[in-house]
Design a protein around this ligand. Structure first.
Ligand code: SF4
Ligand code: SF4
Ligand code: FES
Length: 256
């Protein structure tokens, strides 16, 4: 893989007045399915400010050094969930990770694809198994009885029950940090369980029993070993392990 360094400052890393530039080595685990048998580390030298984000650094490399570098990003503001990657060994969103939090001057930033999903190219993984698990829990509102003539009221207390699980942006940081998912890809994983929680605890939804049936299967909630990796990885601060425990309890109470 070739590097063509370009000396000029670029818009990917917009300068902040008087902020010092940090000299960084960015090590990226790259894979080209057309030419490589296995992934290999490639290092890029780059100068960035501490307030730049890792996504800015990757954009800089892609736009000015190595146009073939492949990774997902869209909103670049922590909303779309598309740029989850392993940065310095931890699942993070590249657009929410500041250079100063992962590297000092002369330091190295390592960037790898998230684990447990097939690498298509560089940092791009096949998200289909992740979204298959998401679809399995029926991630949509189900209400088959006639709607009331007036607004369907939901109390503040009931809305609070789904407050955390509604914050998910489907980035996959949790599922791809889960050791159970790594060894058994049939486990639907924490992200799907967070979505299941969101609808199971929605007082207006009418498919709670169906969803509990899905998460009660041997690919579901009982696979979780309460290891907390998922909670630590979530960029939205969702207490995932706690929500999974709430789903487990709901399955048990509804079996009694
Ligand atoms: S708490 Fe459960 S879902 Fe989360 S990482 Fe651990 S085993 Fe996986
Ligand atoms: S629960 Fe958190 S880590 Fe998991 S997919 Fe949703 S936002 Fe991402
Ligand atoms: S690019 Fe959308 S969350 Fe990072």
């Amino acid at each position: 893989m070739t590097q063509t360094p370009v000396a000029n400052a670029s818009p990917a890393l917009a300068p902040v007045a008087d902020a010092p530039l940090l000299k960084l080595k960015v090590k990226i685990l790259r894979f080209n399915p057309e030419t490589d048998k296995k992934s290999q580390w490639v290092t890029y030298d780059i100068a960035a400010q501490g307030s730049d984000r890792v996504v800015d650094v990757l954009n800089e490399i892609k736009w000015y050094q190595e146009s073939g570098l492949t990774f997902r990003r869209s909103c670049q503001h922590g909303i779309c969930g598309s740029d989850a990657m392993l940065i310095n060994g931890r699942n993070r969103l590249a657009c929410k990770t500041l250079v100063r939090d992962v590297a000092k001057d002369g330091g190295t930033i390592t960037v790898e694809p998230i684990r447990g999903l097939k690498v298509e190219r560089d940092l791009l993984v096949d998200m289909e198994p992740f979204f298959d698990a998401y679809k399995a829990v029926m991630p949509y509102f189900i209400h088959e009885s006639p709607f009331p003539a007036k607004e369907q009221y939901q109390s503040e207390a009931d809305a609070d029950k789904m407050k955390d699980s509604s914050n998910c942006i489907l980035c996959a940081c949790c599922t791809t940090s889960c050791p159970i998912f790594w060894v058994n890809g049939s486990y639907i994983g924490p992200a799907a369980l967070v979505t299941a929680h969101r609808f199971i605890f929605d007082s207006r939804d009418e498919a709670k029993q169906q969803r509990l049936g899905v998460v009660n299967q041997n690919t579901g909630v009982w696979r979780c070993r309460t290891a907390y990796n998922c909670t630590e990885a979530c960029p939205r601060g969702i207490p995932i392990t706690q929500l999974i425990e709430e789903v487990k309890r709901e399955v048990m109470f509804n079996q009694a």
